[in-house]
Design a protein around this ligand. Structure first.
Ligand code: C5P
Length: 410
């Protein structure tokens, strides 16, 4: 997949405070710049005990700011200049001590000074704590976290796991890739804020015997991209996934299933409490009518075995026919006559929106071209019909879904 430039044009001030996790910030800078951002690193004195400004300058391509008395700034006001240029300040790692300083509005070093001096409406503050689990769970730190959130800062993490001190628990700084994903999500429009979105993804696997089954080519990539895009748009997302090997997008609740029946059983109890249901799963239409308890052996058999098939439940149609269904979106994977087939499915399943795509040209790939079809009209996404990466498409679809759902409300 080509490199995504999700932070193209963004200027990030990255503040480092004292903590072993400073070594992760080096990698974080690389990921930020790879994603298209420019990064100005600011380090406290304590941070410099863990990693040198030389390393951070080499990675960011800009001299690191370590003092409020930095004479390189023509007006000698680094704290004003830096925060006026930034699209966000990210403090990673944020020590317990630095968070306490932020809460108190103290400003005796360049980083706390520029956090205090930032124009709050234009320059958000994101804080990634990193500390020992006892320090993190201490009531003083927890009070400070609450106060920081009330003051408008966003707390990233922390993660759980092994700590540099040898203990295990809450307080690890998030991994650089997780920080990047959270920051990218932060900049996405919040078109589905607070809404609950349920998504099915991937194929289903219908067992014939303990080692064989019926399945299809769906990789789950489109559904997982939609789950990520919905979470980025502010939704609470539940993803019911068939057998795929894909990482769960951050902030998404995932339930793994194997068969169509299991998928239905996972979806139905949740469906009525959802605002939106998106069925991207390529559910097997049929399953073997009986499941052989043991492997069907070929030895000694002259004729190949035959299987009786029985129809699987239609999950999307079942949800759409609930008394108070969520806003339902279907997918139609076809090999020809996309519009005709998509519209027929829209009517058959009684849903307001269906997204058509050509299955054979997108299965397993990172890009796709969609046809957005509702009862009145249809249009290509992207408009020129040229295949685009699935996350970009998923983000655009979230906007479409949010607008249409809003318009469909009585
Ligand atoms: O019926 P068909 O497979 O052509 O329709 C595709 C749409 O219906 C997709 O959104 C798919 O996720 C959903 N579907 C379903 N349960 C099935 C079959 C399809 O939810 N058993």
């Amino acid at each position: 997949m080509s490199e995504r430039l999700d932070l193209h044009g963004k200027h990030i001030v990255l503040g480092l405070t004292g903590g072993v996790a400073c070594y992760k910030s080096a990698e974080f800078v690389r990921l930020l710049t790879k994603a298209g951002a420019t990064v100005q690193v600011v380090m406290t004195e304590a941070a410099q005990a863990f990693i040198t400004p030389v390393t951070m300058q080499a990675l960011s391509g800009l001299p690191v700011v370590t003092s409020q008395w930095d004479a390189r700034e023509p007006n000698n006001m680094a704290h004003i200049n830096l925060s006026r240029e930034a699209d966000a300040i990210v403090v990673a790692p944020a020590s317990a001590d630095f968070m306490a300083k932020l809460v108190q509005g103290r400003a005796d070093d360049v980083l706390s000074l520029l956090c205090l001096a930032r124009p709050r409406a234009a320059c958000p503050l994101l804080v990634a704590p990193a500390m020992n689990r006892e320090m993190w769970s201490h009531p003083a730190t927890q009070r400070n976290v609450t106060a920081l959130e009330q003051d408008g800062a966003m707390i990233l993490g922390p993660g759980v796991g092994d700590q540099a001190c040898g203990e295990v628990g809450d307080g690890r700084m998030l991994e650089p890739a997780e920080l990047l994903e959270d920051l990218i999500a932060f900049f996405q429009p919040k078109s589905l804020q607070w809404l609950r979105v349920l998504i099915t993804a991937g194929p289903t696997f219908e067992p014939i015997d303990p080692v064989r089954g019926i399945t299809n080519h769906s990789s789950g990539k489109m559904g997982f991209a939609l789950a990520r895009a919905a979470a980025e748009a502010g939704a609470q997302v539940t993803l019911i996934a068939g057998p795929v090997h894909l990482p769960t997008p951050r902030g998404v609740q995932r339930v793994d299933v194997m068969t169509a029946q299991q998928m239905l059983d996972a979806v139905l109890p949740l469906a009525t409490s959802q605002d939106v249901f998106i069925a991207t799963a390529a559910v097997a239409d049929w399953r073997p009518a009986t499941l052989s308890q043991h492997k069907i052996k070929k030895e000694g058999k002259k004729v190949a075995p035959t299987f009786e098939l029985t129809e699987n439940p239609d999950i999307l149609a079942a949800v759409a026919s609930l008394p108070k269904p969520p806003y339902c979106v279907g997918f139609a994977a076809e090999s020809e006559n996309l519009l005709e087939h998509a519209r027929a499915k829209l009517l058959r399943k009684q849903i307001p929106l269906i997204i058509g795509n050509l299955g054979p040209s997108t299965f397993g790939r990172d890009d796709n071209a969609l046809l957005v079809v509702d009862a009145q009209a249809h249009h290509a996404l992207p408009a020129d019909g040229a295949p685009t990466d699935k996350l970009t498409l998923a983000r655009a679809l979230m906007q479409e879904i949010a607008t249409r759902r809003q318009a469909s409300k009585p």
